[in-house]
Design a protein around this ligand. Sequence first.
Ligand code: RB5
Length: 156
Amino acid sequence: MALKIAIGSDHAGFELKEEIKKILKEKGYEFTDFGAKSLDPQDDYPEYGKKVAEAVSSGKYDRGIAICGTGIGISIAANKVPNIRASVAYNTEMAKISRLHNDANVLALGGRVKTQEPISDILTVWLETPFSGDERHKRRINQIKEIEKSKSDVKC
Ligand code: RB5
């Protein structure tokens, strides 16, 4: 079944988001853009990390793509949402491992980061690589879920 993708960025990731949308369109992926809509510096990464992450966590979308200047801030924000495993991937190897080992459901990218490989390659590998399903990786992901559960009643 075709993947449904939620995509979003802050102002620093806006241009890369637009580029990625073109690639997704060319490749025939179904996606929804959760903003930002411009280069306005008021568009902060936590808001868009949350929107993308909640879209995936709700089950309405299979995967998310979240972009800020580095991919770091927006991945930190996305990872605060239950069931989200957001990973930065600056090359195809990181993209592949984040899927095979971590079953990452949000790909975080940086609009201000120069990658040595084309973004379309990183994207394709990330979208097309399945989770390995290996017991050891399942075990570790379950350990992450346990941390999530144990912290759900922590007051901030
Ligand atoms: C915004 O200037 C920048 O700090 C943000 O996009 C991101 O790189 C944070 O991690």
